[in-house]
Ligand binder design. Structure first.
Ligand SMILES: [Fe+2]
Ligand SMILES: [Fe+2]
Ligand SMILES: [Fe+2]
Ligand SMILES: [Fe+2]
Length: 443
C-alpha cells in the first residue's frame, strides 16, 4: 500500500466551509445500517471532537499569531465535520442502543489495535483495557433488554460477543496507578502514535456520551450504572493518553492530529459498505488532507524539520472494523484476572500486595454496592438469568470466567458470586425444560 497523504492535493481551506444544508445530512436507518458503519460513525465523531478540543488548547497555549489564525479557521471546519457525522445517527436510536454501539467500538477497535501494535507495552495496555470495555457491553446489554426489550444482537449483529468480562466493580483504580509509561517520541513508530490518538479520541467521546446521556433514564440503578461506567471511561482516557510522549511540541501534536484524521477517513473510505456514507467519508478525507498540508507547513516553518520524520511516507490503517471474537476470547480466557501493577506493569490478582492502592478506591466507591453488580441480580429477578450472546463453547465458561476475574479483596456488598450465577443458570435451565414440556402439551 502506498498513499503518501502529503503528496495528495486535498481540498484547500477556502473551499471547506459548507452551508447548513450540506452540513446536516440524512440520518442512517437504524434497522438497516451495518453495525460497522455505525461504529465508524461513532469513532469518527470522537475523532472530530478531539480535533476541535485540541485546537482550542492549541490556541490557548500558542503565542504565534499566524499559526493561531490558521488553526482557528480549520477548527471551525472540524466542528462542522463533527456535526455532520454525529447527526448521521437517527432520532429513533435510543441512548441504550447507541451505548451498545459505543462499547462495540471500544471492543473491536481495541482488539484490532492490539493485534496491529508494534510496541509491546502499548499492546499489553490495549489487552488490559479491552476486557473492561468488553464487560461494559455485557452490563449495558442487560439494561437494553430490561428497559427497551432490545437484544444486543439487534445492535452488534452477532459480530461481538456479550458475556461477563473483568467485572466492572474492579475497574475502579487510583488514577495515578492508571498512568502508564509514555512512548519515546524520537524512536516510536508513527503507527503507535496514530493508534493511540485514535483510541484516546474514542474513549474520550465514550466518556462524554455517558456524561451527557446517563440521566436520560428514570431508573435509578441504570443512572448509577452510567455513572459507574462513565467513571471507568475517565480512567481509560487517563490510561491511554499517559502513553503519549508529553514532550511532543504543539506543532508536532497538531501534525499528528491531522494525520490521524487522514488515516481514519482513508480507512473509512476503503471499508464502507454504504455508498452514501462512503461519499461523506471521501469528502472528509479530502478536507483532512487540506488540514494536513497546513499543519505540515506550520511544522516546517516553526520547527524547521521535515514532517515525514514524524508521520512517515505512507498511510497507516488504525482500524479495520471486523469481528474480533477469536482474539477477544483468547485474551478474555487468559487475562481476566489481570490488574494494574504498582510499577507501571501488570499483575495477576494473587500477586497484588495487601496494601494495593486501588483497594481503598474500590472499598470507598463500592461501599454501598456496585450498580453494575446489582444489574445482574435485577435481570435475574426479571427473567431468571443474565443475557449472554456468545457461541456455546464460550457461553459455557461464564461461571469459570467470573471465578477467575473476581478479587477476594474489596468486593462490593452486592457482588454476584460464581455460585449465585451457577444457581441462576441451573434454575433457568430447569424452568426452560418445564416450559418446553408445557408448550409441547398445549400446542
Ligand atoms: Fe476533522
Ligand atoms: Fe466502556
Ligand atoms: Fe473504555
Ligand atoms: Fe482536521
Amino acid at each position: 500500500m502506498t498513499f503518501n497523504a502529503l503528496k495528495e492535493k486535498g481540498l484547500p481551506l477556502e473551499k471547506q466551509l459548507r452551508n447548513w444544508h450540506l452540513i446536516v445530512r440524512e440520518p442512517y436507518n437504524k434497522n438497516e445500517v451495518d453495525c460497522y458503519s455505525r461504529t465508524r460513525q461513532i469513532l469518527m465523531n470522537g475523532i472530530e471532537v478531539e480535533a476541535w478540543n485540541f485546537k482550542h488548547a492549541f490556541s490557548r497555549l500558542c503565542p504565534d499569531k499566524e499559526a493561531c489564525d490558521l488553526v482557528t479557521m480549520t477548527r471551525r471546519i472540524e466542528d462542522q465535520q463533527q456535526t455532520t457525522i454525529n447527526w448521521l445517527a437517527p432520532k429513533d436510536q435510543s441512548v441504550l442502543e447507541t451505548t451498545l454501539g459505543y462499547e462495540q467500538v471500544a471492543v473491536d477497535l481495541t482488539a484490532w489495535l492490539a493485534q496491529n501494535e508494534p510496541d509491546k507495552y502499548v499492546k499489553e495496555t490495549y489487552d488490559f483495557g479491552l476486557l473492561e470495555d468488553f464487560d461494559h457491553l455485557y452490563r449495558y446489554a442487560q439494561w437494553a433488554y430490561m428497559e427497551e426489550g432490545i437484544c444486543p444482537n439487534e445492535i452488534v449483529q452477532a459480530q461481538t460477543d456479550v458475556i461477563v468480562g473483568r467485572p466492572t466493580q474492579h475497574h475502579h483504580n487510583c488514577n495515578a496507578l492508571r498512568l502508564r509509561k509514555p512512548y519515546d517520541k524520537a524512536t516510536t513508530a508513527p503507527q503507535t502514535k496514530v493508534n493511540l490518538m485514535t483510541l484516546v479520541s474514542a474513549e474520550q467521546q465514550t466518556h462524554n456520551y455517558y456524561a451527557e446521556h446517563g440521566f436520560c433514564y428514570g431508573n435509578h440503578v441504570l443512572r448509577e450504572t452510567y455513572a459507574e461506567i462513565k467513571d471507568v471511561e475517565e480512567e481509560h482516557v487517563t490510561m491511554y493518553e499517559s502513553l503519549i510522549d508529553p514532550t511532543e511540541s504543539l506543532y508536532e501534536k497538531l501534525l499528528l492530529h491531522e494525520f490521524t484524521e487522514v488515516c481514519n477517513y482513508y480507512t473509512c473510505v476503503e471499508d464502507e459498505v454504504d455508498e452514501r456514507l462512503k461519499k461523506i467519508w471521501e469528502f472528509m478525507l479530502d478536507v483532512e488532507i487540506g488540514h494536513l498540508h497546513i499543519a505540515a507547513d506550520l511544522f516546517k516553518k516553526y520547527e524547521k524539520r521535515d514532517p515525514e520524520e514524524i508521520i512517515g511516507e505512507d498511510i497507516i490503517i488504525p482500524c479495520r472494523f471486523t469481528s474480533q471474537k477469536e482474539y477477544v476470547t483468547k485474551i478474555l480466557t487468559s487475562q481476566v484476572n489481570k490488574r494494574l501493577g504498582t510499577d507501571k506493569d501488570y499483575m495477576n490478582i494473587d500477586e497484588l500486595p495487601s496494601d494495593w492502592v486501588s483497594y481503598d478506591i474500590q472499598r470507598k466507591a463500592n461501599e454501598l454496592g456496585s450498580p453494575t453488580e446489582s444489574t445482574i441480580s435485577i435481570i435475574s429477578e426479571h427473567m431468571g438469568r443474565d443475557i449472554v450472546r456468545a457461541d456455546k463453547k464460550l457461553a459455557d465458561k461464564e461461571v469459570e470466567l467470573l471465578e477467575k476475574g473476581l478479587q477476594e479483596e474489596a468486593l462490593a456488598p452486592d457482588t454476584v458470586y460464581p455460585e449465585s450465577l451457577q444457581k441462576m443458570i441451573d434454575e433457568y435451565e430447569e424452568n426452560q425444560a418445564i416450559k418446553e414440556k408445557l408448550e409441547d402439551e398445549i400446542y
